[in-house]
Design a protein around this ligand. Structure first.
Ligand SMILES: Nc1ncnc2c1ncn2[C@@H]1O[C@H](COP(=O)(O)OP(=O)(O)O)[C@@H](O)[C@H]1O
Ligand SMILES: [Mg+2]
Length: 251
């Protein structure tokens, strides 16, 4: 199993879109995929046309129980989220081992050993985000070309280093992807060059209205074509070549 967190504490950097589309693309190529919505705004859950009206994810976390799982296709399952999860941000704060709760719940969830687990992180570095990074083997950082990108990344990197020292020694930043890009804009290439100095850049995803509509209308599973889908397929191909999850399942 490999747990990949899609992170960046900035909002609107395409974390949710990336988690959703990579989950769809990887599961279509035959890999067992489980995707977890850890944002109380539950945009990923909506993108798949689902909801968690009973706040099951929040309840599972408070009870340290197995995660709720919904089957979306033969190879793809989802842990949906709801606004209840926002309560976790303050309520879990005083609990011992508060950043390891998701990891404990995931271990109880019976996810297949050769699966890739993708976590859509919330736009913060609070308790919920720390839970994502503690459960993760690696982080893929989404960057939308614009201002202050490297500053946000430096902060995320410091958090990853602290977690590595204290709770999750194996955690690594796998790389970055540039998202929602307009290729003809100079800033796209400027940010890419800056990123490449410090991080592996796994790809560039173009802005694509079909993707925007598919996610906002809850039809992400129906997305079959478009520039963004092609670009995400390339990123997924690189992840497959790294054989992150197969390597660990064989070990
Ligand atoms: N490649 C893309 N093409 C068009 N719209 C995109 C693309 N990537 C993201 N978006 C849109 O940008 C907005 C922010 O993306 P989202 O994935 O919700 O970011 P985050 O989860 O980081 O807050 C959403 O409305 C999403 O549909
Ligand atoms: Mg999001």
């Amino acid at each position: 199993m490999h747990v990949l967190a899609i992170g960046n504490q900035k909002g609107g950097t395409s974390k949710t879109t990336t988690a959703g589309v990579l989950a769809v693309v990887l599961s279509r190529s035959g890999a067992p995929v489980h995707v977890i919505d850890m944002d109380p705004q539950s945009n990923l859950t909506s993108a798949f046309g689902r909801r968690d009206d009973e706040g099951l994810l929040y309840r599972a976390m408070t009870e340290r129980a197995a995660l709720p799982m919904v089957r979306l296709t033969e190879n793809l399952t989802l842990t949906p989220s709801s606004v209840d999860l926002a309560r976790g941000e303050s309520q879990l704060l005083s609990e011992p081992g508060r950043e390891s709760i998701l990891k404990a719940c995931l271990a109880k969830s019976g996810v297949s050993k050769d699966a890739i687990v993708i976590i859509d992180c919330p736009p913060s570095l609070g308790v919920l985000a720390l839970n994502c990074l503690t459960a993760a083997d690696s982080v893929l950082v989404t960057v939308q070309p614009g201002g202050f990108e490297l500053r946000a990344l430096a902060r995320l990197q410091r958090t990853v280093e602290l977690l590595r020292e204290q709770v999750n020694p194996g955690l690594e930043i796998l790389g970055t992807i540039l998202t929602n890009c307009v290729v003809r804009r100079a800033i796209t290439h400027q940010v890419r060059r800056e990123l490449e100095r410090r991080y592996r850049v796994l790809g560039l995803v173009r802005t694509d209205a079909r993707l925007l509509y598919a996610t906002t209308e809850g039809r992400l599973l129906d997305l079959r074509e478009g520039n963004a889908l092609e670009d995400y397929a390339q990123v997924a191909g690189q992840l497959e070549e790294m054989s992150l999850w197969r390597a660990r399942s064989a070990a």
